[in-house]
Design a binder for this molecule. Structure first.
Ligand SMILES: [Zn+2]
Length: 405
């Protein structure tokens, strides 16, 4: 390596800030036209045009509207994967922003519009620094992060078997959040986000007249007992330092005052921060549900539907990326979190295959009170756009250092 060459990180943040107007413009165009799920044709079209504008060749997925593109470095070497998600959420925007969603009932309320804009910003910085890259950067743009397993579709379609994917030695993603001060990077090694699974239960009893419960099998008290017993199961069976949350969020039974219904329907979510606790809680839910139903002569029809796995940040890659972020932003802007976030992410599927990490980019507007700022998934959430320059610079810096040769 030519040691007289200037450090490619030296001007990264300055250049990202200089390009902020383009990043903001792209983000606002995407924000105006949000789409939900695995098929996002309008979003995909905008991103394809942007990638081509940088001289890159986007490749489209078959099963979904996913995209990949490769930035070839000047010298050979391994590949780093940088990921952004592309989907919005089914809710009606109430931010009052001039660039608010033009699609009724749909909103980029989790900031995935900013993720695409930051990744494109990083791509621009990296294309201009190809000479400093020993290897290649694989850009992964996925639809369907919000519960549709979009990343898994891309992996199933051969993301890591395609020519540019075979030598991926690191994977990195950023997620914007109003939980943290604008311009900070917030992270932790190990579990960053949790596994989210779903309980769906029908308790089958025997209906009849409300005046003669002994002639029926009333599913309502059975449901009530299960709801409370699940909470006791969590506190008595789960290590307090490897936490779990079980929430029953929906109960439905009966029609009126004088009928005992045949069935009661109960559903909710299980959140766990390790695969060991995840398995333990699944078994506990089954035991409690089946045991209580059996005790009352009711039949349990229980489904535990697996959602995303735990998002596990590789300790080595995490330490490396945090160091790189501190190099770009200064140590005060890089904050290690004490505990995981109880949300879930399908980047977890990528991290099961490749050592890497997901970090947060703080984007809470400075004028907002941390206690009351609308959060991701709120239809009033507003992200502080200058934080996107930080995100673009950190994405690019992690790639440059990983491929330093
Ligand atoms: Zn999100």
């Amino acid at each position: 390596m030519n040691t007289t060459t200037a450090d490619p990180l030296a001007t990264l943040l300055t250049d990202a800030r200089a390009a902020l107007p383009e990043t903001v413009d792209l983000r606002r165009r995407l924000h105006r036209t949000p789409e939900v799920g695995l098929h996002l044709p309008a979003t995909q079209a905008i991103v394809i045009e942007e990638l081509r504008g940088l001289g890159l060749e986007p490749r489209t997925g078959a099963a979904t509207t996913s995209l990949t593109a490769v930035i070839e470095g000047a010298r050979p070497g391994p590949t780093i994967l940088l990921r952004a998600d592309m989907d919005g959420l089914p809710l009606a925007e109430e931010t009052g922003l001039e660039f608010a969603s033009a699609t009724p009932g749909t909103m980029h309320a989790c900031g995935h519009d900013t993720h695409m804009a930051m990744l494109l910003g990083a791509a621009r910085l990296l294309v201009a620094r190809r000479d400093a890259l020993a290897g290649r950067v694989l850009l992964m743009l996925q639809p369907g992060e919000e519960g549709y397993h979009g990343a898994r579709f891309m992996l199933d379609e051969g993301l890591l078997e395609m020519p540019a994917g075979q030598d991926v030695t690191g994977a990195f993603a950023l997620h914007i959040s109003t939980r943290y001060a604008s311009g900070t990077i917030d992270y932790r090694p190990g579990a960053m986000l949790v596994a989210a699974d779903f309980i769906r239960l029908t308790i089958r009893g025997r209906g009849g007249h409300a005046s003669a419960p002994h002639e029926t099998i009333d599913p309502i008290p059975v449901a009530a007992e299960i709801v409370l017993a699940l909470q006791a199961m969590v506190t008595r069976r789960v290590d307090a330092f490897d936490p779990a949350v079980v929430t029953i969020a929906h109960i439905d039974a009966g029609t009126t005052t004088n009928i005992i219904p045949e069935t009661a329907f109960v559903e909710g979510t299980i959140r766990t921060a390790s695969e060991a606790t995840r398995a333990l809680v699944h078994a506990g839910v089954r035991r409690v549900v089946e045991g209580i139903c059996a005790a009352h002569g009711a039949i349990a029809e229980l489904e535990i539907i697996p959602g995303y796995p735990v998002t596990l940040n590789d300790p080595g890659f995490t330490a490396f990326a945090a160091e790189v972020a501190a190099e770009v932003l200064g140590t005060d802007a890089v904050v290690e979190l004490a505990s995981p976030i109880m949300g879930a992410e399908d980047f977890s599927y990528v991290l099961q295959r490749v050592p890497g990490a997901m970090f947060f980019v703080g984007a809470r507007p400075p004028e907002e009170d941390p206690a009351t700022a609308p959060q991701n998934h709120s239809n009033r959430v507003v992200f502080h756009e200058p934080a996107m320059a930080v995100g673009a610079a950190v994405y690019a810096a992690v790639a440059l250092r990983h491929l330093a040769g």
